[in-house]
Design a protein around this ligand. Structure first.
Ligand SMILES: Cc1ncc(COP(=O)(O)O)c(C=O)c1O
Length: 330
């Protein structure tokens, strides 16, 4: 499993962990010590956000956040990095707003001050994007999502140089112990066999659903990096081979309308995970991103009415019909 992930991410080595959060915590706590700081974009998976802004504080590590709308501005980065910055951390596409961040620019800014650049590649998978070829030093995954592909296992992966993976194994995994079980590694290997065909279908379906959503009167905004109207589409085109299966949209009527839609769909399942063969729908403000305060959420672009869709590999017409039925009732 580790050897395959290293090759897929075009890295020298990889370490498999018990979950995606274990992968992120292992990388962070191997690199940073009390008195150090990290720089991260504000729009992150809720667990990563609370690890950085709350838990790492207990270890004397400070999180400096870059507002997502400034994430592609060099000055916003350089003003936050100093000699005690151990790593820059970004998610692209970001969970749940689908913002796209320029990986090469973040890697350059990190290297200028000898910091590492860590990219969470969960949404894109190595099939669509290889952060290491753009300068990232470490790539992390919640393998729970597309790598497994069937929403029935939990795991994580870290890829990078042999020296960095040696440090993560010796300084973190051996002591703290969040390793991947052999059985789960076998299930992830089985998932990897179909990664390519699944990702092709996820991308194709998501594009169709995003285009359809954009034509709906009840929908205020659609966030899908594959659409020319997405503000970061030009960056996405330079660093991704295609645009993935995740999208978000905002409905008129805010939280109430969003919740009503989630109650009315029948094929799309109300669930927090993503990257499953089946379409999953969820409400970031109350579910995956409940660890943010309201003002932190709004700063990260996670509005009350935002609905996130992990578009599955069903027939796209079935997904659209399901959403249309819910929209009509709402
Ligand atoms: C982008 C991203 N990174 C990391 C994680 C954490 O992964 P896990 O649930 O495997 O701990 C998630 C979980 O949703 C995620 O969406």
């Amino acid at each position: 499993m580790e050897a395959k992930m290293a090759r897929l991410e075009k890295c020298a080595d990889a370490v498999a962990t018990g979950s995606g959060m274990a992968a992120i915590a292992a990388a962070a706590l191997t690199l940073a010590r009390p008195g150090d700081n990290l720089v991260a974009s504000t729009t992150l998976y809720g667990g990563t956000f609370s690890l950085f802004t709350q838990r790492l504080r207990h270890f004397g590590i400070e999180a400096r956040l870059v507002p997502t709308e400034k994430a592609n501005t060099r000055q916003a980065l350089t003003s936050r990095i100093d000699a005690r910055t151990r790593f820059l951390f970004l998610e692209t596409p970001a969970n749940p707003t689908l913002d796209i961040i320029d990986i090469a620019a973040w890697a350059d800014a990190a290297h200028a001050l000898d910091a590492a650049c860590i990219v969470d590649n969960t949404f894109a998978t190595p099939y669509l994007q290889n952060p290491a070829t753009l300068g990232a030093d470490i790539v992390v995954h919640s393998a729970t999502k597309y790598i497994g592909g069937h929403a029935d296992i939990v795991g994580g992966v870290i890829t990078g140089s042999q020296e960095m993976m040696r440090r993560i194994r010796e300084e973190y995994l051996h002591s703290f112990g969040p390793v991947m079980s052999p059985f789960n590694a076998w299930l992830f290997l089985r998932g990897l066999k179909t990664l390519a065909v699944r990702m092709e279908k996820h991308c194709d379906n998501a594009h169709q659903v995003a285009d359809w959503l954009q034509s709906q009167r009840i929908v205020r905004n659609v966030y899908y990096p594959g659409q020319a109207t997405h503000p970061n589409h030009p960056v996405a085109k330079t660093q991704m081979r295609s645009f993935g299966g995740m999208l978000a949209f905002e409905v008129k009527g805010g939280l109430q309308a969003g919740k009503a839609i989630m109650d009315k769909v029948r094929l799309c399942r109300l669930a927090v995970s993503l990257g499953d063969c089946e379409t999953l729908i969820q409400h970031p403000a109350s579910m995956t991103h409940g660890t943010y305060s309201r003002s932190e959420r709004l700063q990260a672009g996670i509005t009350d009415g935002l609905v996130r869709l992990s578009v599955g590999i069903e027939n796209a017409v079935d997904i659209i019909n399901d959403l249309e039925g819910a929209f009509k009732q709402v």
